[in-house]
Design a protein around this ligand. Sequence first.
Ligand SMILES: [Zn+2]
Length: 260
Amino acid sequence: MKRSKFRNRVVLAVGAHPDDVEFLMAGTLALLHRKGCRIFIATVCTGDMGSTRLRSQEIASIRFREAEKAASILDAPYVCLGESDLHLVFENTTRFKAVELVRRVNPDIVITHSPEDYMIDHQLTADLMWDACFNAPIPNYVTNHANPAKPTGRIPFLFYADAIGGRNRFGEKVQVGFYVDISSTIRVKERMLAQHRSQREWLRAQHGIDEYILQMRRWARERGSEAGRKYAEAFRQHRGHPFPEENILASILGSLCIIP
Ligand SMILES: [Zn+2]
């Protein structure tokens, strides 16, 4: 691996549910991992609605192990903030958890959901992470945790992944800030997604085909064709005050980053 000045940069990827990070950003995370960045993966919710036959506790623990396995492909620790799917609310307890996450990981870069998406857990996760990145350096922002982490030294670079299907709740297209060419990591993305066996097998039984993987590939190909590459993921950067505005992903990934 080529030594790079971005080696050991810390990237925190946060999805609402186990498998969201793999669907939306794993190709880019794999590229960042190759560049020597350290990857952390988190979900806000446990994925406890992800089964029609298992009780929520059972499916949540299965999905925790699946997410851990997927993260381990990028040598990434996986943590879950423990919220229940579809019960997530934006209030101080969840805000404190999100700030503790940012303070503990102390990331240079945070990547999360699009604030405009098809469902509320995704949108609230985007809001929670935006809020947590802002609050984490503020010393007087106390989280009431038993063993609180230290405030961070700065606000990280914040990026939003694609909305599911690239569309918001009205079915309108969400603006793309830039694409990342993931042609060289699509297989890693596929391998990470395949660790979520409980979800893959359920869809495979429903559709009679491996819809879980095929859907991911179709979407990556569509984003790729927009970017003039084989496979791509789409992102947008949070450039509102006081977040850093330079596109650090473009600096790390060079020509793999395509700005339309
Ligand atoms: Zn989700």
